[in-house]
Design a protein around this ligand. Sequence first.
Ligand code: PLP
Length: 410
Amino acid sequence: MRAFGSVGGEPVFVQRAQGPFLYGADGAAYVDYVGSWGPMIVGHAHPDVVAAVQQAATLGCSYGAPTAGETDMAEAIADAFPSMEMSRLVSSGTEATMGALRVARGFTGRDLIVKCVGGYHGGADYLLVKAGSGLATLGEPDSGGVPAAIAATTRLIEYNDVAGLAALFAAEGQQIAAVIIEPVAGNMGCVPPDAAWLTALRALTREHGALLILDEVMTGFRVARGGAQALYGVTPDLTCLGKIVGGGLPVGAYGGRRDVMSKVAPLGPVYQAGTLSGNPLAVAAGLTTLGLLRQPGFYEGLEASSAALAAGIEEAAAAAQVRVRVQRVGSMLTVFFTDEPVRDWPSAARCDRGAFAVWHAALLANGVYWPPSQFEAAFVSAAHTPATLATTLAAVAQAFAAVRAQSPKE
Ligand SMILES: *Cc1c(COP(=O)(O)O)cnc(C)c1O
């Protein structure tokens, strides 16, 4: 992703960022819709977050011992995510999913895990199987270096495929430890879940004694303060968090049902540890960010600007006669170059990636830093003002004109 492999061209080397803007090493300014792939929901270098990190640094960078801040963080998480009765802080989303899956296997005594084609859950071996944007873009469904025996503990289903899920549980339900999904898919582009799919996931896992893990590393504190589980009213057994929860510093968390999390050492036999877990600088940035999200009207404002952006993009596409589907949940959105709804990996893969690359290059040339892949979500932050949105939409109009100019004449 960072190499701009799927869109071609040179990646921007970043010198600094402020509010909604990124500044390249050459001094060029961009309106940023990547937001470090999700964490920067209050904008870059928010003064409160910067001050909290500076203050924490004066007290020492890491102790490898418990702190009150870490407990405050677990409480702030439980306040927004009531299903996370107990949680563990780690240093990345990858560590959060690894921890959640290990405890799911330890709790159930089963080995198999189920994930979606096009679902990305971090860099663990058994999760790098048909894992969405980064790998999809490279055209490799799998990663080198993953032992076949480990990949063989992973089962795949298509996103939103209730029948496929039911068939899998009918065949192997007794060996399945957990199903892990992105409750709004973000790593094949923004794909919302069908209500029936979430209902089936909850019912089938429960019926077969498997755990439902919602990977809310991207959606947590993003699509709503309480994540997708609050938005759609689904209660998982375990939840994974990352990105926003660290406010731009390295934090992840996993947690859930007390009886399940009680299997984690030292209460139980499932080992998990990290030298920098609950790091005081990272916790300071995260707690300050979570505090800012509690300001009245925060999510309403984000929804309004995200809706305006999506509507403006649709209008500009129509004006240029370019067919796109803008899919959005809250402040995450993807502009798919297709005329059919995208609801799973096969429909995402049918998008016109060449047209996307032209659009992306034109946006960049006009000062808009959009995720460099058809299969990623863009993020709006609270720092994106009406003025920055207007600048963006002017660039968007030019980008659609560039796509139109390159498309075959009818
Ligand atoms: C980003 C992401 C991860 C991995 O988090 P890292 O902090 O990059 O390790 C896991 N799951 C989802 C849904 C993500 O978007």
